[in-house]
Design a protein around this ligand. Structure first.
Ligand SMILES: CC(C)(COP(=O)(O)OP(=O)(O)OC[C@H]1O[C@@H](n2cnc3c(N)ncnc32)[C@H](O)[C@@H]1OP(=O)(O)O)[C@@H](O)C(=O)NCCC(=O)NCCS
Length: 185
């Protein structure tokens, strides 16, 4: 089993497991159309759907087996401003996929970048991952910029590779290797 030593502190943030008490904060952004705009299959959530989502995330505090998703709540002085997740895609290849969702009210200050970097640090330093990758809709420019800002390389631009809202959509793939992560500025 792999589990971070909670809480994880960054200069401006605390990362810790999600709890049901986070429902109000999580619902505040999961209910917004602009937040789910580029997320596959996601619709603005009702409060009951957010409750189910928060309960599911609350169980995602560790990696117990390949395929598990680890999700952390990202907390600043105001409460939970977003979540970051790391999915254990391959035990053999020591590979994980990163994901993130933040409240737009807290955007534009580098907080998502800071939080994602902290969880990726855990994956490389504590778990010994070899590679971390992320994917986004090609029109999700904020997400692509975030991955580039982190020092992830754009490895692919898949053209019309998946159905999104009934239309063929392009997908970008970014990745970073452990040695690249350690040597970034
Ligand atoms: C993807 C997402 C987290 C990016 O949010 P964000 O606010 O752009 O990211 P950050 O909090 O890291 O802030 C970075 C921005 O702040 C700026 N910034 C200001 N101070 C900064 C600092 N100290 N450090 C880094 N960036 C800083 C950066 O220049 C950047 O702005 P830019 O993209 O216009 O150049 C957000 O858009 C989101 O949650 N979207 C909805 C969910 C989603 O689509 N998730 C991804 C699915 S693939």
């Amino acid at each position: 089993m792999f589990q971070p030593t909670y809480p994880i502190h960054t200069p401006r943030l605390t990362l810790r497991p999600v709890t049901i008490d986070d429902l109000d904060d999580v619902y505040a952004y999961q209910s917004r159309p602009d937040v789910v705009r580029w997320m596959l299959g996601a619709e603005p959530r009702t409060r009951e759907q957010s409750r189910a989502s928060v309960l599911a995330m609350a169980g995602e505090d560790a990696w117990r087996a390949e395929g598990d998703c680890l999700t952390v709540a990202v907390v600043d002085g105001t409460g939970v401003i977003g979540t970051v997740e790391l999915v254990w895609r391959s035990e053999r290849d020591r590979t994980a996929e990163v994901g993130y969702v933040f409240h737009p009210d807290h955007g534009g200050r580098g907080l998502a970048t800071e939080a994602v970097a902290a969880l990726v640090d855990w994956g490389f330093d504590e778990v010994g991952l070899h590679r971390v990758f992320g994917r986004c809709h090609a029109r999700n420019e904020a997400s692509a910029r975030l991955m580039a800002r982190l020092g992830m390389r754009q490895e692919a631009h898949h053209v019309q590779s998946y159905l999104f809202d009934g239309q063929w959509a392009d997908q970008l793939v970014f990745a970073v290797l452990a040695r690249e992560w350690r040597s970034r500025a």
